[in-house]
Design a protein around this ligand. Sequence first.
Ligand code: SF4
Length: 461
Amino acid sequence: MSRVHLPIASQPTVSQHPISSSQGVGQSVYIETYGCQMNVADTTLMTEILGNQGYTTTKDSKHADVILINTCAVREKAEDRVFARAHELAAHKKSSARLGIVGCMAEHLKASILDKVPSVDIIAGPDSYRRLPQMINNQSTVIDTGLSKKETYEALSFPSEQNDTVSGFVTIQRGCDKCCTFCIVPLVRGRERGVPPRDILRQVHAHVAMGYKEIVLLGQTVNSYCYEDVSFSTLLQTIAQIEGIKRIRFTSPYPLDFTEELIETIATEPKICHHIHLPLQSGSNDVLKRMHRGYTREDFICLVEKIRDRIPSIAISTDILSSFCGETDLDHQATLDTMKEIRFDSAFMFRYSERSGTYASRRIKDDVSEEDKKHRLQTIVDLQHVISKEIFSNQIGNTESILIHSYSKRNDDQVIGRTNGFKSVILPKDMGNPGDIVNATITGSTMATLFGVPTSSSAQQ
Ligand code: SF4
């Protein structure tokens, strides 16, 4: 079978196989999503692009006409899982169905994906989604992994009708201009681009019209957002004026781009939730330097203090990347000490594994033994569990405003919501339905969950 490499430019007219807006009528597409919230938002985007051509979505991969796996490249394990899943899907799909691997892993591995899964028909990177209808229509294997400096999918993203209508994701920025030496994201998502404010506001209004209560703004370094003279703070303030929105969140900010103006905006705008996910990565200055993070441990602690001074109720979570190249026992201890000093509410914790193509993979030796990596990560996880357990149990007796997100899958008598500080809370079902904001008194906790009951003055807002 022949292979077609589509060009880099993000023109919607590159295919030799022109399509009509009814190309997909009567055809169904099954999309499986891996990775971060930006990928979830991209799946919604692809659904919209294909929906415009008449495709309907299905949860039944065996009878789908198109199968897409939207992938993550951040860790090797995630890629291995996708290969295994692609084999499974290929074995059980309709013989005429087109199978695609799209997203970051497609961008990372490009045509080499075919060496592992020869039955893949479409390999498309994150800037190629406009051209999916053409790729599906093509009878050959198509590889389209060009990155664009401009593509923001303006006017194409709409709220998902598949998910609940409580919390809606709006991608405000694509790509990343930072150069963290361990990270593959700039390689697979390209240069940083802000989505025009007019399109962000259009998307927010569309979410409100569908009944969404919470808007989550997404970007790799979301607070570096800038579009002409619109800063991230200005954008937040503008979105907060939109009637119908109850809560605004954003993820993930970059420590160096956290301005005084942003702290002030969070402190003074009641709709912006008091939770910040602020990635530390390491508590060792030597490691931070090798990671090219651009700040020191002291800078980071100083920023956290500044935020907590102005917003005492703020919850702060983080990412820790343990055992980066050259990390010594002393460096590891510096990370533990920093965690003890800052006391994050929660953390995503990982051990380093090399990603091909990154600066670190080319220039810095991955010299921490597997045994040390395992042990160090475990001590980090254990420490965070102790800290989280204490912080969560300190909430017992507090009254919290909770946005109910879903019905519990484990217990028919319970619903699950989140505090303003992004902590999960389990409540009795009769307290409300998804989308309601209720007041609850916290009566119990684990290291990751709170339990609440109606506060005597509980009132839906
Ligand atoms: S800021 Fe650093 S870690 Fe985050 S996506 Fe960009 S390069 Fe990767």
